[in-house]
Design a binder for this molecule. Structure first.
Ligand code: BEZ
Length: 209
């Protein structure tokens, strides 16, 4: 087996990194990427990472020629062009826009969930902005309800960019926001997630306990 030609700046708790690692597994490309741990938070940046990604965000992927690409959506698109199996992002036509829109909705759940996590974990309790927190939770609930009502059959049809993004978002809700109890209002999504979370790609990228 040849040495990895790419480096992924990562943290095992990051759901955005998890999307990339799941796609690497699903497309048989794990051995092409070395992992470089980045310990960072919005208030404690990683100086080494900042040199490669001025935004100081993970995931960032250093390619064989030294180029660094980010964010997770760009990395997924890049990696999906580096394997010979079925594309995980449809290349064109209405399917492309539909699946990318579903992936964007899943990423929106993640964005809200991560913002809530930062507010609760990093800010002093007396500074928590409850109205804003509730608005973020409402955003998550609305998007979850839309998946439940409109997208179960589509999700079940392929484990592609939309399904990977949502599976990682749901995994993050379990990891950081079990209080949200997302399964109660979304039983079909819960059944779908129970299945996909058993995939090797999902089991091998579970966040730390
Ligand atoms: C977390 O620990 O929740 C986290 C880590 C990295 C990126 C986003 C979230």
């Amino acid at each position: 087996m040849s040495a990895p030609s790419m480096t992924l700046f990562h943290n095992p708790a990051s759901p955005y990194v998890r999307k990339v690692r799941v796609l690497l597994h699903e497309t048989g490309q794990q051995s092409r990427v070395a992992l470089q741990l980045s310990q960072l938070s919005p208030v404690h940046p990683d100086a080494a990472l900042n040199l490669d990604n001025p935004l100081g965000k993970i995931p960032a992927l250093r390619l064989a020629d030294g180029t660094v690409i980010h964010d997770s959506r760009v990395i997924l698109d890049y990696l999906d062009h580096q394997h010979v199996g079925n594309p995980r992002i449809p290349r064109d036509g209405p399917a492309r826009w539909r699946r990318l829109t579903l992936a964007s909705m899943a990423d929106g759940i993640l964005d809200a969930a991560v913002l809530v996590r930062y507010e609760l974990a990093l800010r002093a309790p007396e500074k928590h902005w409850e109205q804003w927190l509730e608005a973020q939770r409402d955003k998550m609930r609305r998007a979850l309800a839309a998946f439940e009502a409109q997208a179960i059959a589509e999700l079940a049809s392929h484990f592609d960019v939309a399904a990977i993004s949502l599976a990682c978002a749901l995994g993050y809700l379990d990891f950081r926001h079990p209080d949200l109890q997302w399964r109660t209002a979304n039983p079909q999504l819960a059944a779908w997630y129970a299945q996909v979370s058993q995939r090797e790609s999902m089991r091998e990228t579970e966040p730390p306990q």
